[in-house]
Design a protein around this ligand. Structure first.
Ligand code: FES
Length: 200
């Protein structure tokens, strides 16, 4: 085995260790990762916004584009982003695993991020999370805040995760549903909150 092959295998093993399996009941709600002409055109536009020697700085916008289009950051998309930027895949993995906003597996069609930092914790974020799980039949017993924070309902329509301070401590407890911000969401408002998305 030559040294390049060994290097590639070591790199793949790091990816496998750090990127959770993307297969969840939510996966059917998102298209599989695919490099389309539109995706390549948008990537080129993003990269052109940085000096040629700093093209790696486009890693965040590229990852945001991938997540927005495909629902999460898959190992295949990590390889593609690395290729676009001329960097090793592990450098992209470092970014994806550093920022909790990047998902490493398919969420539900509606993804709820519940703030659990001090003000929201005191305002009842655990009760809100418990109620959301009860309504959506989500089992969070296997949730791991660091490596596998997202729990998906069996039907794939809903998922939840705890988030750190969402910068609205005065209106705790707060949560995000997909990209929508909701304030003062106590547990007794959970059902109405989800109901407001029934046509989403
Ligand atoms: S503690 Fe929840 S928004 Fe700051």
């Amino acid at each position: 085995m030559n040294s390049r092959t060994e290097e590639n295998q070591a790199q793949r093993s790091v990816l496998e260790q750090n990127v959770a399996s993307p297969v969840t009941p939510g996966a059917p709600f998102f298209p599989p990762f695919e490099v389309t002409p539109e995706l390549e055109k948008e990537a080129a536009r993003r990269i052109a916004q940085y000096p040629a020697e700093e093209r790696r700085s486009a890693v965040l916008p590229l990852l945001h584009d991938v997540q927005h289009k495909f629902g999460f950051i898959s190992p295949e998309s990590i390889d593609w982003v690395a290729q676009q930027l001329g960097i090793e895949p592990i450098k992209v993995v470092e970014v994806v695993t550093f920022y909790p906003g990047f998902r490493q597996k398919a969420p539900g069609k509606l993804h709820v991020r519940v703030c659990r930092t001090l003000s929201c914790a005191m305002g009842g974020s655990q009760e809100l999370m418990d109620k959301l799980c009860e309504i959506t039949n989500i089992d969070r017993s296997e949730a791991d805040g660091h490596k596998d924070p997202i729990s998906v309902s069996p039907c794939g329509k809903f998922s939840v995760e705890f988030a750190e301070c969402l910068a609205s401590c005065g209106t705790a407890p707060v949560c995000l549903v997909n990209d929508d911000f909701h304030e003062d969401i106590s547990a007794n408002k959970a059902a109405a909150l989800l109901d407001s998305y029934k046509n989403a």
